[in-house]
Design a protein around this ligand. Structure first.
Ligand SMILES: [Zn+2]
Length: 312
């Protein structure tokens, strides 16, 4: 019955989401629970197992079922380790893949959340058909995943795509959790923009963007400044990777109808003419990019991995 279906798990800093997902990215029997991020790695594995069992109780456990999992990095996908995830206590040189595999008795493949979401959008969403495409998530932080010349770009440890730490304001910028001043995500992530919106007298980011939509002068200036900071990082990404398409996910993607034209204007003003004309689109799968990608890790490993050995 479930040819081409995988058990997918998206571990976030606040929620663990699990579902059965097919090769088209269709999500079935969705379950979600809070991530016990401060209770240690074993508690997180237990919660992953609880969510996964609930999915299998609802949707069945077909012969040959495999589990694909993404989590906040940095993860060493080949060796199956969480290296040093800042938002989850105990995810330090932790054998995440093997622990989840032992808990559930299933083969498991893991991946960093940015490249995994990129894979989901590439195979099933707004990146479909693009040989050179960058997925950018703008939410709590800024992360991403890169498809270059028709394959997922991984780097030495599979950590390629940590684009949030591109410095856009090294003199006097906000301090990033990585310790450096003026990283792109310290200036332009959803959290960073929310802080700036509150400092500018708005109740939050959605409030500021709604006021800008309504034509309020101060809010329009705020939105223009946000778009300019988002564009600074995108210009760097475009110069390095020469993509044909950029797909933006995360909460800030909801503001693209407002910000998109301003982002486009600022990007084009900052890149060399031959690089212009990059499509900038919202993610097609919304919050499900990571789940869709996690399923493709095991359903279409040849597309997903140069690290094809990375399965427990
Ligand atoms: Zn940083």
């Amino acid at each position: 019955m479930v040819e081409g279906v995988a058990l997918a798990v998206d571990v976030g800093g606040t929620r663990i989401r699990a579902a059965l997902v097919d090769t088209q990215g269709r999500v079935m029997h969705r379950q979600s629970l809070a991530t016990p991020a401060q209770e240690g790695a074993d508690a997180v594995v237990a919660a992953i197992a609880t969510a996964a069992r609930a999915v299998m109780a609802a949707g069945g456990r077909p012969e040959g079922l495999k589990l694909g999992l993404c989590a906040p990095g940095p993860l060493d996908a080949r060796r199956g380790l969480a290296l040093a995830t800042p938002t989850i206590r105990g995810f330090t040189n932790f054998p995440l893949r093997d622990k989840v595999s032992e808990a559930l008795g299933l083969p498991v493949t893991i991946e960093n959340d940015g490249p995994c979401a990129a894979l989901g959008e590439w195979m099933c969403g707004a990146g479909r058909g693009a040989a050179d495409f960058v997925y950018v998530t703008i939410s709590t932080g800024i992360g991403g995943g890169i498809v270059s010349e028709g394959r997922l770009l991984r780097g030495r440890l599979g950590l390629a795509g940590h684009i949030g730490h591109i410095p856009i304001r090294p003199e006097g910028g906000a301090t990033c959790f990585c310790g450096q001043p003026g990283c792109w995500e310290a200036e332009a992530s959803g959290s960073a923009l929310t802080k700036k919106a509150v400092a500018a007298g708005f109740s939050g980011l959605a409030d500021a963007f709604a006021a800008a939509e309504a034509g309020e002068t101060g809010a329009m200036a705020f939105a223009a400044s946000a778009a300019a900071d988002i564009a600074l990082g995108l210009a760097a990404v475009i110069h390095v990777l020469n993509p044909e398409r950029i797909v933006i996910g995360g909460g800030v993607a909801n503001a693209l109808p407002l910000l998109g034209p301003m982002i486009r204007h600022n990007v084009d003003a900052r890149i060399l003419p031959p690089f212009r004309g990059v499509d900038i689109l919202p993610a097609a799968l919304g919050d499900d990019s990571g789940l869709a990608g996690a399923a493709q890790l095991v359903l279409r490993p040849a597309c997903a991995l140069a690290a094809g050995e990375g399965q427990a």
